[in-house]
Design a protein around this ligand. Structure first.
Ligand SMILES: [Zn+2]
Length: 70
């Protein structure tokens, strides 16, 4: 499976920055930040990794109200 970030085209097979890893019953959950600033949540199990959630690149317009402007 080869997928790319829909925002910047970064290949998901090459995580830009791993934020954290958490062991789960199914294997592992990995938080990854892309080159464009969007966060991904991946599940890594016996069958490999899959992206279960992907955020938006920074700056996130939806988060503008909750973010310090400086
Ligand atoms: Zn990206």
């Amino acid at each position: 499976m080869t997928t790319h970030c829909p925002h910047c085209g970064w290949p998901d097979s090459q995580p830009f920055s791993v934020l954290s890893r958490h062991a789960t019953a199914a294997g592992m959950t990995v938080w990854v930040r892309c080159a464009c600033g969007s966060a991904q949540i991946r599940e890594v199990g016996p069958g490999g990794a899959r992206v279960v959630s992907r955020g938006r690149p920074d700056p996130d317009p939806d988060a503008a109200g909750s973010r310090c402007p400086t």
